[in-house]
Write a protein that binds this ligand. Sequence first.
Ligand SMILES: C[S@@+](CC[C@H](N)C(=O)[O-])C[C@H]1O[C@@H](n2cnc3c(N)ncnc32)[C@H](O)[C@@H]1O
Length: 226
Amino acid sequence: MPRMSTDSWLADTRASYDTVAASYAVEARAAFDAAPYLRGALTLFAGLVRADGGGPVADVGCGPGHVTAYLHEHGADAFGIDLSPAMIDLARHDHPGLRFEVGSMTDLPLPDASVTAVLACWSLIHIPDREVPGVLGHFRRALRPGGLLLLGFHVGAGSRLKTQGYGGHPMKVYVHRRTPDLVSAWLRDAGFAIEAQLLDGPDDTVPGALLFARRPADDDLRPEVA
Ligand SMILES: C[S@@+](CC[C@H](N)C(=O)[O-])C[C@H]1O[C@@H](n2cnc3c(N)ncnc32)[C@H](O)[C@@H]1O
């Protein structure tokens, strides 16, 4: 595995997704339409948020915003945050009624206890292990006590450097695969309670995992954020 620079991975990820934003949007929408279990999990997520009384839902690493829009169609007050300005431009263009902002989950631009739920679907996959506790700390901090978190990620082990994608465009982005047990352990260490786990495509080469977790309702501690 190539060694990862400690300071350029975030800039490389941003530049990579700026480059592929338009072609990613086309492929991701088609893949989403062909993913009934993912859509079902998101419908459930939106329903749980409504059952909790509603409130803002942050789609972190929202890409072109199609999932944010899906949550909105299912009754969630969803808005998107993404590292890539080109992705945010696309999301704003395609979903003019919704709110999208540029930002990184490593320095999440949300006030404490300001959202009812956080979704991070196939975006934590670009965060190196050493940065994950800080990101989960931000999610916990931004969620109100009792708030819901849904993480989607590629199942497996190890990291690879993706050098092109989405129509052959150049990219320089690390993709980290993880087991649900590992991510669950990180979530528990970050103060979350795990509620459910779904394995999508267990016989696929790279299955997807969806983990539902909650900031405990009696969590009145101010979490340490690295
Ligand atoms: C594989 S795409 C997933 C997009 C969308 N969630 C979906 O389901 O199609 C990964 C997205 O995560 C974003 N991303 C990567 N690192 C991020 C970070 N540190 N903070 C916020 N977004 C990030 C990328 O810009 C990209 O839009």
